[in-house]
Design a protein around this ligand. Structure first.
Ligand code: ADP
Length: 181
């Protein structure tokens, strides 16, 4: 099963991705986690990504595409994977399609967790990660609306999109995702 989790920052991709990983026994791959790890380890890549992350901007496409390329080359992904936080732009989605076509493992399903803006903002303020200040949240929602939301049309056109209401109990949302898959 090869799945992409789409949704605004704070929509619950990470939480549901973890659950799906346990349920389906395939790895969850989060570009946000990979980037935070690179920043913490002070790698070259981490140094390049840090300023963008802290300002709520997207990290350059070529950086995250290369990161995903390397991650998907690991043997634990052969049975499938859950992508969380990638792709976030059209060039990333196009690069992913090319990559997966090359290894003959096309995506099965793209799940969009649908959460109203007001709920997103209160969740992110409650989460309190270093990049969850009011200014960066505003910026990230703007970036989401401009660059990531258009991916819904991209995947709808491919016939792979499932829209799942992302409000309610974590368990209920999880059941909806399983039903959509
Ligand atoms: P959330 O989705 O909850 O906002 P993430 O952990 O997915 O948080 O991402 C945190 C930050 O990492 C983003 O604001 C962005 O700067 C960077 N990032 C993560 N994934 C990508 C991506 N696919 N493309 C560009 N930047 C990314």
């Amino acid at each position: 099963m090869r799945i992409v989790l789409l949704g605004a920052p704070g929509s619950g991709k990470g939480t549901q991705g973890q659950r799906l990983m346990q349920h389906l026994r395939i790895p969850q791959i989060s570009t946000g986690d990979l980037l935070r790890e690179a920043v913490a380890r002070e790698t070259e890549l981490g140094r390049r990504a840090q300023a963008d992350m802290h300002a709520g901007r997207l990290v350059a496409d070529e950086i995250v595409i290369e990161m995903i390329h390397q991650r998907l080359a690991q043997p634990d992904t052969t049975a499938g994977f859950i992508l969380d936080g990638f792709p976030r732009t059209r060039p990333q989605a196009a690069a992913l399609d090319v990559l997966l076509e090359k290894i003959r493992q096309p995506l099965d399903k793209v799940v969009n967790l649908d959460v109203p803006d007001a709920e997103i903002i209160s969740r992110l303020l409650a989460r309190g990660r270093v990049d969850d200040t009011e200014a960066t949240i505003r910026k990230r929602l703007e970036v989401y609306a401009q660059q990531t939301r258009p991916l819904l049309d991209y995947y709808r056109a491919e016939g792979k999109l499932a829209i799942v209401p992302g409000v309610g109990l974590v368990n209920e949302i999880f059941d909806r995702i399983i039903a959509a898959l």
